[in-house]
Design a protein around this ligand. Structure first.
Ligand code: HEM
Length: 253
């Protein structure tokens, strides 16, 4: 077995991907990380405190893990779901009762979404309690707030997709709240300042119509499956990059 590993490691294919063997020196350890696409996402060195589980509880990492679970299960769900009002509800029932592992797939997606909301909030609390929002990390805090809003919007847009009674009425209530937004809602205060009517207000923008229907379902589907995850992934990349540029995980001065 050892011989086989040696042969693999000496092959041109292996050496074209992994440029440095792991001889245990500081230089080689650093090179190992900076020359590998997956490993270079990590910093070359970390502080001892930053790597202690009780400093971060790995809450940010768990949030990332849950986001990846959502993406994978979400893509699998897309194979069975059509965002049109004739089929949306039936497709979900078919998935649950006729597709092998359909029920568990749907439930993993649902529970991971709930867990992500809770974990992101706890992550934010941890960052606040350790004072990690202070300079130079204040910009990363702002990126984090963007990620929190996106996490909530992902849950909100996913809510309508099963097209059952709960989904329909929850979005009806939420979109009526949008109609009551000051300045931008057709029932909100100061609406006349911008000439807002029921055909150009926040609710109309959200639903693509003045009530929940086919346009709303399509809009929520596109937001939920493409637009919001894409923006979240970009913001996460910036978030992780900033952690490194701000000197790694925070620690007392
Ligand atoms: C989808 C949401 C989020 C993900 C995936 C995420 C991910 C991460 C990860 C992996 C870390 C490294 C430390 C750790 O694991 O705790 C981190 C640190 C950090 N996060 Fe987040 N985060 C998210 C949301 C937020 C929110 C809502 C805030 C605050 C409003 C925030 C602010 C920060 C700050 C300031 C740091 C640096 C902390 C330090 O240096 O100790 N993040 N984040």
């Amino acid at each position: 077995m050892k011989e086989l590993f040696k042969k693999i490691k000496a092959s041109q294919l292996w050496r074209s991907m992994f440029r440095h063997g792991y001889e245990d020196s500081f230089r080689n350890r650093a090179l190992q990380i900076t020359t590998n696409v997956a490993l270079h996402l990590h910093p070359v060195t970390t502080s001892l405190l930053g790597s202690r589980i009780r400093h971060t509880f790995c809450l940010g990492g768990i949030a990332l893990f849950l986001f990846i679970v959502e993406c994978i299960t979400g893509i699998l769900l897309m194979f069975y779901y059509r965002p049109v009002i004739e089929f949306a509800y039936l497709d979900m029932k078919l998935l649950q009762y006729d597709v092998h592992y359909g029920m568990i797939l749907r439930n993993i997606h649902r529970w991971a979404a709930h867990a992500m909301v809770v974990v992101v909030m706890f992550h934010m609390l941890r960052v606040f309690l350790t004072g990690s929002y202070k300079p130079p990390r204040e910009f990363n805090w702002v990126i984090g707030v963007g990620l929190l809003v996106l996490t909530l919007l992902l849950s909100f847009t996913g809510y309508l997709l099963p097209w059952d009674q709960l989904a329909f009425w929850a979005i009806t209530v939420a979109s009526n709240m949008a109609a009551a937004t000051p300045f931008l809602g057709c029932e909100g205060p100061f609406r006349e300042l911008f000439g807002i009517t029921q055909y150009n207000d926040m609710k109309f923008l959200l639903l693509g119509d003045s009530e929940v229907g086919a346009n709303a379902l399509l809009r929520f589907y596109v937001l939920h499956c493409a637009a919001l995850p894409l923006v979240a992934a970009v913001l996460m990349a910036v978030h992780f990059w900033r952690i490194r540029k701000d000197g790694g995980i925070s620690r007392p001065l």
